[in-house]
Design a protein around this ligand. Sequence first.
Ligand code: IMP
Length: 423
Amino acid sequence: MSVKIIVGTQWGDEGKGKITDMLAEQVDLVVRYQGGNNAGHTVVVGPNTFKLHLIPSGILYESVQCVIGNGVVVDPEILLEELGRLKEQGVHVTPDRLKISTIAHVILPYHKFLDSQQEEGRSAGDKIGTTGRGIGPAYTDKISRTGVRLLDLLDKEGLKKKCEAHNWPQAFQDRLSIDDMVDQYFELGQRLAPFLEDTSLFVNDAIQAGKRIIMEGAQGTLLDVDHGTYPFVTSSNPIAGAACVGAGIGPHKIDQVIGVTKAYSTRVGEGPFPTEEHAEMGEYLRDKGCEYGTTTERPRRCGWLDMVVLRYAIRVNGLTEICLTKLDVLDGLKKIKVCTGYKWNGETIKHFPLDPKVFGESEPIYDEVPGWDEDISGITDFDKLPVNAKNYIKYVSNLAGIPISMISVGSKRSQTIHLLERH
Ligand code: IMP
C-alpha cells in the first residue's frame, strides 16, 4: 500500500501536472482533493498536448482510475467539456475510470457572475486577480451551508427549492431565470450521474486492497486560504492536510508528501511576492519558461527561488521530498540568485512572516550561485549534468533539509532525472 500526496510549494503552476503524470504510471488511482477549474495542467505525451482543469492527469494512463473528491468544486459544464475534449483526443473516459464524489459542491452560474462582480468592485490595491471561475463564491456557499452538491442535481424539485432560497439579485435572474437554470443543471446532472459515487468509500476500499494512490493538490501552498498570503489566495486548502478532508480518508493512511517546486518562482494574480523581478530578468524567465496561465493565459509574474517560502511549505505540508521542475529554464544564466531570508525594518527574517504587511515589505536577502552554459533539456542522468547545475541542486537540497527526488528539465515525460528509487 502506498498513498502519496503531491502539493505545490509556491503559488501554483509548479509543474505538478507533469509530476503527477510521471508518478501516475506506477499507481492505480489518482485523487484530486480541492480547488476547481481554476487549476490547469498541461501534459505533453508524444505529439499530443492535453490541457486538463478538473480531471486528474492520471486519466492519460488506461490502467489508472481517477477520483474527483468531495473537496473539489465542480463546474458540470466544464467537466463535460473536458470529457468531450479528451474523447476527441482519443482518451475515452468511462465511469469505471472516473469517479466523482456525490457530495462535491457545484459551481453554479451565479457563482461565476458574483466572482466577476466582486472582482470588478474591488479597488486597485484590493483586487485578488481571481480566475473568474466562480471558485470563491462556490466555496462561500459551501461553508455557509447553502451550497448545491452534485447529488442535488439529480432531484429537480429539490434543486429548484435550493436555488430559490438564494434570492439571487434580479440583475442576475434577468440573464438566466431559475427555471431555465434548473432545467439546464438537471440535464447536466443526468449526464454526470453515471460517474457519481461515494468516493470516500471507493478510495478507502482501494487503500484496503493495497492499491497505490496519488492524491493531487491543485494551486500551491502560498495560495492556501489558511496558510497562504491571505487575502490574495484561493478559497480552498491546497496543503497536504486537506487531502484527508477533501477525499475522506484518515491521516494515518498517508505515506509520503511530495512537494513540487519550480527552480524559480512565479505568481499569477495579485498579492505580495518578495523575489519578483520586474525588469529584464522577469521577462527573461517568463519567455524562456513560457510562463502564461493554462487557465486564463495571463502572463505570470516571475522571480527567483525563495527558500523562506520553500522551508515554510516543507513545514506546513510535512514534505518528505521535493521534485524540482523547470531547471532547464535557468540554462545560460551566469549567476543564479536564491533568496535565503528577508530584511524587514532592520531585522533579518528567516521564517515566513504571517503578517501580510511584513511579507509585503520584506526585502529578499540573496545568495548568488554560478550558473551553467549548457542546454540540459536532454539530460536524464544526474551525473551528466554540468557541475554547476549539480551544485545548484545540492545547494537547494541542503538548504531545504530534505531530498530532491526528481528533476524536470522539460515538459516531456522523458525529460526527467530520477534521483531516488521508487517503490
Ligand atoms: P481563484 O482561485 O480563481 O479565486 O483565484 C484566487 C487567486 O489564486 C488568484 O490570484 C489566482 O490567480 C490564483 N490561482 C487560482 N488557481 C490557480 C492556479 O491553478 N495556478 C496559479 N494561480 C492560481
